[in-house]
Design a binder for this molecule. Structure first.
Ligand code: NYM
Ligand code: MG
Length: 226
């Protein structure tokens, strides 16, 4: 007997620049969901623990060099190797908070000069997030927070390009929504001003999450960019 009343979990993606406070906020959100008795699991991409993840890690720390397309496909493969487990977890009723997802995949690679649609294609069909939060922070704020780290991409010029591209994702989706465009990506984006205090950012995120926890379980899980 299948319990058709059992609510599925919700897929929440948190995206943003390096230094935007994503990981802190993702952790805080997981804790808050647990306190509220919502079963939740925190995951992050890249998942550096798998064999593919280890290749990505070596690349990011400049211990290896890879063609831009090759590393792009590895980032995507790293998501696909976890896609089945994500779907299973959601169908068991556990909500997933995902620190970076396919949107990071696209914007970082497009920032290096690869074509937008080429970058999207390997991630077509992944479980689509019910909510994508873009934690927006200015390069100035990131600098105040101690600047970027030592990894590849953690340079101000690159981060500026990445920021503009993330914003395009958000705006494009909002526009499609308003036009009632059927070809829209079916991803609900919310931009969060992550330059504010930790507490303020936490509250904004919590408001959005409560809303999606109400609505999303009634809809089937969607596929990304199909
Ligand atoms: N990154 C992350 C990509 O270039 N493509 C991807 O698909 C993903 C998921 O990896 N600078 C980049 C963005 C980051 C870097 O991520 C490592 P993190 O969240 O700093 O560990
Ligand atoms: Mg980083």
């Amino acid at each position: 007997h299948v319990d058709t009343n059992k609510k599925r979990g919700v897929l929440i993606v948190i995206e943003g620049l390096d230094r935007s406070g994503k990981s802190t906020q993702a952790g805080a959100l997981a804790a808050r969901l647990a306190q509220s008795n919502v079963p939740a699991k925190l995951i992050k991409f890249p998942d550096r623990t798998t064999p593919i993840g280890k290749m990505i890690d070596a690349y990011l720390r400049s211990q290896s060099d890879l063609d831009d397309r090759a590393i792009h496909l590895l980032f995507s493969a790293n998501r696909w190797e976890l896609a089945t487990s994500i779907e299973r977890t959601l169908s068991e009723g556990t909500t997933i908070i995902c620190d970076r997802y396919a949107f990071s995949g696209v914007v970082y690679s497009v920032s290096k000069g690869l074509p937008f649609s080429w970058c999207k294609s390997p991630d077509i069909g992944l479980p689509a997030p019910d909510l994508a939060l873009f934690l927006d922070v200015s390069p100035e704020k990131a600098r105040e927070r101690g600047g970027y780290g030592e990894e590849r991409y953690e340079k101000e010029e690159m981060q500026k390009r990445v920021r503009e591209l993330f914003r395009k994702f958000v705006v494009r989706e909002e526009d499609a929504e308003q036009r009632g465009d059927a070809s829209k990506d079916d991803v609900t984006w919310v931009q969060i001003d992550a330059g504010r205090s930790l507490e303020d950012v936490k509250e904004s995120i919590w408001r959005e999450v409560q809303r999606v926890l109400e609505d999303a379980p009634r809809r089937p899980l969607r596929r990304l960019w199909v």
